[in-house]
Write a protein that binds this ligand. Structure first.
Ligand SMILES: [Zn+2]
Length: 169
């Protein structure tokens, strides 16, 4: 437990050793692991000190100012250009609604095309279709024709019988 506490204080030990308590320094004398850790951290920091940061080009500021003036003077970009720039540099989160809309449109158009391709087939060949509903409707139509014929026969016989009754009277 004390090793963890001491290791958390190690950067402080290297940068400002006088601010670290005597307890941690005492621990380092007795604990070989922590002492080794501190030496490694010290070596890493020394290596970073030896690494020189690259010098900025003396013309950098001038060029940056010129670029900024160019951008300010340029005509404002059209919406297509702005969308392109956003696709290139914007965060991906902003593209999600656009992607969802494109997907929805694809599904709608694709579904419509599918509907267009499949719907005419049963309509084009209704009599050859083996659909039981259509067969039922066709047989109902035939039945109603039969009933109409029977009705007309019945009326004929009725009127005939009526006429016969009239005749008999
Ligand atoms: Zn320790």
């Amino acid at each position: 437990m004390i090793c963890q506490k001491v290791r958390a204080k190690m950067p402080e030990m290297l940068l400002a050793p006088e601010g670290v308590g005597a307890e941690a320094r005492e621990h380092l004398k007795g604990c070989a692991e922590c002492a080794r850790e501190l030496r490694e951290l010290e070596a890493t920091m020394a290596a970073l000190d030896a690494w020189p940061a690259p010098e900025v080009s003396p013309w950098f500021d001038g060029r940056l100012q010129a670029r900024l003036r160019e951008e300010r003077a340029a005509a404002p970009a059209g919406w297509l250009e702005r969308v392109r720039a956003r696709m290139k540099f914007g965060e991906r989160v902003s593209l999600r609604p656009l992607a969802a809309a494109a997907l929805a449109l694809t599904i709608a158009v694709g579904g419509g095309i599918y509907e267009g391709f499949t719907a005419p087939q049963p309509v084009a060949t209704p009599t050859q279709s083996a659909s039981p509903v259509i067969r039922d409707l066709q047989s109902l139509d035939e039945n109603s024709q039969v009933f109409q014929e029977l009705n007309s026969l019945d009326q004929d016989t009725g009127s005939n019988s009526g006429a016969a009754a009239n005749n008999s009277l």
